[in-house]
Each structure stands twice: as C-alpha cells, then as structure tokens.
Design a protein around this ligand. Structure first.
Ligand SMILES: *Cc1c(COP(=O)(O)O)cnc(C)c1O
Length: 395
C-alpha cells in the first residue's frame, strides 16, 4: 500500500473468526484481562502465547496505533507514549541500556530535550556533547574522541530548518557501534523515513502532525528489532504509555495526515515565496530555497516535491517589543507555542522555544530577536497571507 492508503487502513480492523469487525479501532479501556482458562493466562504472562493481560504491557487500541505508525515509518515495532518527551526519554534509555553512557547530540534540538540531557541524564553520569551535525568532519572527530553510545538529532532543526545527512551519520555511527535516534516530529514519515536511512530509533511528538488537531498530548517511539525489544522491556517496567482515548484520537488524526501535510507544505512554500518579497521582511528560512545551506541533503532525503510545513522569517528592524505587538495584531493565526495543527501557528523563539538559551548562544546559532516561526495550517492561503500582511504593515 502507498502512504496515502496506509494512513487510512493500517492498524485497523483486526479480524477474529466468528466476530464482527469494526471499521475503525474501538477505544478499549480495560486494564486487566482474563481467559477461558487460567492456563491460557499463565501462558500469556509467560510470553508463550500472545495476548493482553495488563494495560501497562499492552492495550488493543494502543496496539492498533503502534501498528499504524510502524508501517508508516517502516520500522520493526512502535510504542505509543504519554508525550513526545516520554518518547525521547525511553529512546535514550533503550539506546544506552547496553552501550557506553555517552551521548553526542545535535546543538540545535528541542529545548526540553536539552533540559532532559542536562538535568536528568547528566546527573546519572551520562556524558553529553553537543555538535553541529550538519558539519560531518566535526561529528566524525567528536565520535572518535567520545566513543558515544548514541547520537541524537532532529530530522529538520528548529527554528532555522537545517537538515543533516542522516544516512551518512548512520554510517559513521554504525562504524563506532553507536545507535542513532532521530526526532522526526517536524518531518513526519511523509517527508522522510529515518529508519530506511540507517537510524535505529525514530521518535515523534504525536502532539504535533500525527494527531494534528491540537487536542492530544502524545508520542511514539519506532525502532528496529533490537531497540524495540529494549523499548518494550523498559515500558513494561515503567509504563509511560499513551491512554487508549488519546491513541484513538491520534489514529483518527493520522487518517488525514497525508492530505493535511500536503496542504500544509503547499501553504508553507507559498508563504515563504511571498514573504521573500514583503517589504517588512528581512529574511526567510525555508527548505525549498535554492540557497539553503543543506540543499543537497534536502534533495537526497526529502520526498520529492515536499519541503516541510514550517518556515521562519526575520521582521525588518524589529525588537522584542515590536514582535510582541505584531503577534497581538494577528486575527486568525494562533500565536501559540506548538506546531502541526490544522490551524496556522506562529511562535516567537525568544519567548518560547529558546527562552532559556543565553543571548550569546542565540546569537552564535543565528536566532535573532526579530525571528518568528510559522507552522502553516490548512486554511486558505490568501487568508493566512492577509492576516500576516495586516499584522506586519500596521506597525
Ligand atoms: C513538541 C516537541 C517535542 C516534545 O513533545 P511533547 O509532546 O510536547 O512532549 C519533542 N521534539 C520536538 C521536535 C517537538 O516539537
């Protein structure tokens, strides 16, 4: 099945002889299961027979979502988690379980992931080194110096939308015995599939594009066979799992992922091209730019014709005060902190995602005080442009 069909059909409609088949997966809330005979329960608990026994181990609604995402990412198996950050945590634990407690992470990753590495893993003795993963010689040197147990990066970086050669990084990691974890939240499996490029674990904040409607907090970890076994083992013991109702909503969301994301990418591209010519805009960052520093990686790794649904731009002569005033003038676009929803969202990194990054570090990484990020929604493009135009011009 092609992607557009998989999103609609995969995971649903388990057939059991003699029972009717619901066309969409029902929400199953039961926490405990029993069988015709206690001997069956004994075999299920002993892993000799497949079956459900307790909700921390597995749940039928979650399992349908996990099967769906596994098929979209071409993985071996998946775990649906209570948040994107729970997915990040369990991915690191699975990768480092039997590898050196040393991490090389991309220098431009989600703020809470940096917080998790610095405030949670570091105190447990995990060494963490941040590098520019778009600079392969720098990464190669860091791998030689550090002997990492895993390398962590995002498929598309936030908010400057850099794209690293996941395929080459996976090759370097394999040579060093390190696992590769990719946070693919911005890309979605429609834009790229890191496991096919040699990564070992893919994580998503399902809160964003997968669920897609701003009403679910959730995450997914999709892995190759050895890492999936570790993810499951940890999850059985800790239970950071998604609730069945949220699993249902996430599956319902994914059914429209292909049409939503295609439209969002189209809207983002159209906005980027329009903003480039806008008199109040200094600079636009978008993955379709001919002058993008990672144009070759984008050409190699992205699905043809799609460049993502997120763009960033700098407002001419703006400072914090005038950017906040610009946000207050938006009438339709939601000036919120998320992305991936059906409605267009505008985020100001200075007060949100990069709030805790020092001014010096922001300057070094090119995140200026006049930079805003737009996650394009599915609205009519003319309405999005008109809202931005009005907010930009009435300064
Ligand atoms: C939102 C986000 C996360 C965290 O996900 P939650 O669902 O908020 O826990 C992780 N990585 C990226 C890239 C994100 O955008």
């Amino acid at each position: 099945m092609k992607f557009e069909s998989q999103v609609v059909h995969a995971g649903d409609r388990k057939r059991k002889p003699g029972t009717p088949v619901p066309s969409t997966t029902p929400i199953q809330l039961g926490t405990t299961y029993f069988y015709d005979s206690a001997a069956t329960l004994d075999r299920v608990l002993g892993h000799e027979e497949e079956g459900f026994c307790y909700a921390r181990y597995a749940n039928p609604t979650n399992e349908a979502l996990e099967e769906l995402v596994t098929s979209l990412e071409h993985g071996h198996g998946a775990l649906a988690t209570a948040s994107g950050m729970a997915a990040v945590q369990i991915a690191f634990q699975a990768a480092l379980l039997d590898r050196p407690h040393s991490v090389i992470a991309s220098a431009s990753i989600y703020g809470a992931t940096v917080g998790f590495l610095d405030q949670v893993l570091s105190p447990f003795g995990v060494k963490v080194k941040y590098v520019d993963v778009c600079n392969l010689p720098e990464l190669e040197q860091a791998i030689a110096d550090r002997q990492p147990g895993c390398i962590f990066l995002e498929g598309i970086s936030n908010p400057l939308l850099r794209v690293a050669r996941i395929d080459r990084i996976a090759e370097l990691a394999r040579g060093a015995g390190a696992s590769v974890i990719v946070d693919s939240t911005f890309a979605t499996p429609m834009l790229m599939r890191p496991l096919e490029m040699g990564a070992n674990i893919v994580v998503h904040s399902a809160t964003k594009y997968l669920a897609g409607h701003g009403d679910v907090l959730g995450g997914v970890v999709v892995s190759d066979a050895p890492h999936h076994e570790a993810v499951r083992r940890i999850s059985r013991l800790v239970g950071p799992v998604l609730g069945p109702f949220e699993s249902y909503l996430t599956m319902r969301g994914i059914k429209t992922l292909a049409v939503r994301f295609e439209r969002q990418c189209q809207n983002a591209k159209s906005l980027a091209e329009w903003l480039k010519t806008h008199p109040c805009v200094e600079r636009v960052y978008y993955c379709s730019d001919a002058g993008h520093p990672d144009a070759a990686a984008i050409q190699q790794l992205f699905a043809p014709g799609l460049f993502g649904a997120i763009l960033s731009f700098e407002i001419k002569d703006a400072n914090k005060e005038s950017v906040l005033a610009f946000m207050d003038r938006l009438k339709m676009i939601v000036p919120g902190t998320s992305l991936g929803d059906v409605h267009t969202l505008l985020l100001y990194p200075l007060i949100a995602s990069h709030r805790n990054v020092s001014p010096k570090m922001r300057e070094r990484t090119g995140i200026r005080d006049n930079l805003v990020r737009v996650a394009a929604g599915i609205e009519n493009i003319e309405d999005i442009k008109a809202d931005l135009d009005n907010a930009l011009r009435s300064a």
